[in-house]
Design a protein around this ligand. Structure first.
Ligand code: SAH
Ligand code: SF4
Ligand code: F3S
Length: 472
């Protein structure tokens, strides 16, 4: 068995080594090895994983594989997420379900990749309890998928190859994008923040920015192909460019240059409050940079923020929000919040509630703290019961939901621009899409509008979405 195991301790190290940019090229011997064969990808986790799955789909298509909807594929890939325990549990649930399929068809190749693959505890558990897999590779070597599949097809041996040290930046990767109007565009990889609760800096490696020209070319090409919206991806997009040694070029420069490509809508995620600068807030005034900012705060308590290693205070965060609203009136702000972080007292939690009132969030992802082995916070003692954690989460939900509704209500009676995604899941006669402020809009309109940006008059606001009618 080929065996190259991950190591979280090694993954923690940050070296000064230079990041190389290498162009992807599919070796001829892999072309066609998938003809008459199918693949299916199951994706957990963040948009970073969704983007990686689109790249793997692109690579598999070049090899001749065809995508199918079901799990009975010749190559089945599970792209995992390690951010919280329930994401891991869902992965093992899926893998358990696949045992029967694998027993029926031993030629099926089950691949496991993504952030969980970067953790040694996953490899140990897989070998011990879930042997129904063939390939494991990590977040730094998805471009080597053809080699691993070829190897597996030609030998009986299982392949486990995970690199603990981040790799080079691979350019010219093929993508099979899910949408033909909205595209994910990676602008950087990795994270150097080391928030004490978070596993991502270990599973994704050090921060590495793509060269501006490569990103600009990609977006120009998307415009040519008829794309209307790009979402720029990075764990901390505000740190974009800080790793360049030869040029002085940061996130605001990139926003300005991408705005000039003529793409209709630019979104980005995720921003880190400490690194969000005035130049970026100003770049957000551009018409095609959307008036929505997701700015994870995690907690409103200064003592918790310090223990989380977030490197800003409640007051500094509020200061940035104030400036952001001054420069971009009407902007919609959403966030991520963790409750029951070890040591969080009721007073700390109340500080979070107070901050929510001050910011007036229009939405939030809220989480109960989940202990991640190998991170500093895993060693912090805690006496918060799960029951108490749920109690805090419920209180927070009520506050966030009130903000959602208030944020939606302000659009009642106005006309908003919607990029129409398709018909609504529940009603084929209703169209749906997102407004510039990132609000889900369900509306009566013309089917021909799908894939275009249209004006919609909002007639009613619900907590989770807006209702409206298309206007000429
Ligand atoms: N880089 C982004 C996203 C990181 S993961 C950021 O900094 O915002 C997305 C969210 O998951 C985080 O914002 C955080 O709220 C949550 N999260 C991360 N680790 C967690 C943990 N151990 N327990 C609970 N929530 C966690
Ligand atoms: Fe995790 Fe913090 Fe990095 Fe976000 S910024 S990925 S929360 S370490
Ligand atoms: Fe999950 Fe990895 Fe994304 S841990 S949230 S898939 S970076």
């Amino acid at each position: 068995m080929d065996y190259n195991k991950p190591d979280l301790l090694k993954a923690r190290k940050r070296t000064g080594s230079e990041t190389l940019n290498i162009d992807f090229k599919l070796d001829e011997k892999y072309i066609g090895i998938g003809s008459d064969k199918t693949y299916h990808i199951i994706t957990f986790g963040c948009q970073g994983n969704e983007a990686d799955s689109e790249v793997m789909a692109g690579i598999l298509e070049l090899m001749g594989f065809k995508n199918i909807d079901g799990e009975q594929a010749d190559v089945l890939i599970i792209n995992t997420c390690a951010v919280r325990e329930n994401a891991e549990d869902r992965f093992y649930g899926t893998l358990g379900r696949l045992k029967g399929l694998k027993q029926k068809n031993n030629d099926m190749i089950i691949c496991i990749c993504g952030c969980m693959a970067q953790e040694e505890k996953t490899i140990t558990k897989l070998l011990d309890k879930y042997p129904q897999f063939d390939l494991v590779f990590g977040t730094h070597n998805i471009h080597m998928l053809p080699k691993y599949i070829y190897k597996k097809m030609n030998t009986e041996s299982r392949v486990i190859e995970v690199f603990s040290k981040e790799g080079d930046i691979i350019e010219k990767l093929p993508h099979l994008r899910v949408s033909n109007k909205k595209a994910w565009v990676n602008i950087m990889f990795g994270c150097d923040e080391f928030c004490t609760y978070c596993i991502v800096p270990y599973t994704r490696g050090k921060e590495r920015s793509r060269r501006p020209q490569n990103i600009i070319e990609e977006v120009k090409d998307l415009v040519k192909k008829g794309y209307l919206e790009v979402t720029l991806l990075g764990q901390n997009v505000n740190a974009y460019g800080k790793d360049f040694t030869d040029i002085d070029y940061t996130f605001s420069n990139l926003l300005n240059d991408l705005s000039a490509t003529g793409i209709k809508r630019i979104r980005f995620t995720t921003s880190h409050p400490r690194d969000l600068d005035e130049a970026t807030m100003i770049a957000m005034q551009k018409e095609n940079v959307m008036p929505h900012l997701h700015l994870p705060v995690q907690s409103g308590s200064n003592s918790v923020l310090k223990k989380m290693n977030r490197k800003y205070t409640h007051e500094e965060y509020i200061e940035k929000i104030k400036r952001l609203k001054e420069l971009n009136p009407g902007i919609s702000i959403t966030t991520d919040i963790i409750v029951a972080f070890p040591t969080e007292t009721i007073e700390d939690f109340n500080e979070t509630l107070r901050l929510c009132d001050e910011v007036e969030y229009e939405g939030a992802f809220t989480f109960i703290y989940s202990k991640r082995e190998g991170t500093p916070a895993a060693k912090y003692p805690t006496d918060i019961t799960l029951e108490e954690a749920h109690r805090r989460l419920d209180i927070l939900h009520d506050k966030i939901n009130a903000g959602y509704l208030k944020g939606n209500k302000r659009f009642e009676g106005t006309v908003v621009k919607v990029l129409v995604d398709g018909t609504s899941k529940n009603d084929p006669n209703t169209l749906c899409g997102y407004s510039e402020h990132n609000k889900l809009v369900n509306f009566k309109g013309k089917k021909e509008s799908i894939g275009t940006i249209v004006n919609v008059k909002i007639t009613e606001a619900k907590t989770w979405f807006l209702i409206g009618e298309q206007v000429e």
